[in-house]
Design a protein around this ligand. Structure first.
Ligand code: MG
Length: 338
């Protein structure tokens, strides 16, 4: 009943962050069908969370009986059942949650943002991510990114000053910095961020390892730019303990296990005075568009994973001068197949 396929997404450029380097990404795509209507979903397994395409596929297969036993309009009940059934490989849950909501929207002939009563004109500007590279390649990438008004710069291999200086010599665009947990002590992180503060940086993402919550609180008292949690937060349960240390959180469907949990996280973070960024892994336009439907409610958006791949099997949300443009097609509003 669930069609599942692993597909290799080729990256336009080698993608390097503090943890690893890659030339392609293997994502798992799903298609569910009932009453002549199809719903599509995508899982982007991430090694950081012990995920891979094989284990993800297994989990999706395991959840098949859950989907068979439910009326798909009862999507909140399906979420509860999937939370019981799938304890890790959260990206597998994300793919199923996305497919069900795509199916619901298509069955009701309504775009998802409309079901949530969100105004598609309120989508924010997405940042465009620049991976870690030597200055000559960085320069090329910054030139290629000319159409994007905000850049997210990956650092964390102890060359952050060289990287940020290289970028700053070329552009005065707002920069967001992502260290991907790289800085191992609060003193080292403080020294690096104090220097960053002289470089017109909008915020710094996950400067230290995910469990160094107290050290991050110490850091926050000593710096002026906001700190955003990424690896420290997966689901709503993680949020309350982060409020003392972080100014915002990065919600990604692959960590949360889908859109329904992401909605819950948005509300909880805002109620605690934290800002929200909607982020992504390397994903096709299918999963990126799913997240974009929630973006009118987010302060920051980093939904550019589809822009980094060369063989996107889907098309949906578009980017014009950095702004996300949602279409008025029903469900996720995505065309394509795998
Ligand atoms: Mg990040």
């Amino acid at each position: 009943m669930i069609e599942i396929k692993t597909k290799r997404l080729q990256l336009k450029n080698t993608w390097t962050i503090a943890r690893n380097s890659s030339n392609y990404k293997e994502n798992v795509f799903v298609k569910i069908e009932r009453n002549g209507v199809a719903g599509f979903g995508e899982a982007a397994p991430n090694v950081r969370y012990g995920e891979n395409a094989e284990l993800t596929t297994e989990k999706i297969r395991q959840a098949e009986k859950v989907l068979e036993s439910f009326d798909w309009f009862h999507f909140a009940d399906i979420k509860k059942a999937l939370d019981e059934e799938i304890k890790n490989q959260s990206c597998a849950k994300a793919a199923l949650d996305m497919a069900i909501l795509d199916w619901v929207g298509k069955s009701l002939q309504t775009p998802l943002y409309k079901l949530w009563k969100l105004n598609p004109a309120d989508t924010p500007i997405t940042s465009f991510s620049i991976g870690i590279d030597k200055p000559d390649i960085l320069k090329k990438k910054i030139e290629q990114a000319a159409i994007y008004p905000v850049l997210k710069i990956k650092v964390g291999k102890d060359d952050e000053k060289e990287i940020v200086s290289t970028v700053r010599r070329m552009t005065d665009k707002p920069l967001r910095i992502d260290a991907n947990e790289a800085w191992q002590t609060k003193e080292a992180a403080l020294e690096k961020i104090l220097w960053m503060q002289t470089q017109n940086i909008e915020f710094i993402e996950q400067p230290m390892p995910s469990d160094m919550i107290d050290e991050t609180a110490w850091l926050r008292e000593r710096i002026k730019i906001p700190i955003v949690a990424d690896e420290s937060v997966k689901t709503a349960d993680d949020i309350p303990k982060l409020a003392k240390s972080f100014d915002g959180i990065n919600i990604k469907l692959m960590k949360s296990g889908g859109l329904l949990e992401a909605v819950k996280m948005l509300k909880l973070a805002h109620s605690l005075g934290m800002k929200v960024m909607l982020g992504c892994m390397i994903e096709s336009s299918l999963a990126i568009t799913a997240a974009a439907h929630l973006s009118p409610n987010a302060e920051w958006v980093d939904l550019d994973g589809n822009l980094l791949i060369g063989n996107d099997p889907f098309e949906g949300v578009k980017v014009t001068d950095g702004k996300l443009i949602l279409n008025d097609r029903p469900g996720l509003g995505v065309n394509g197949d795998f």
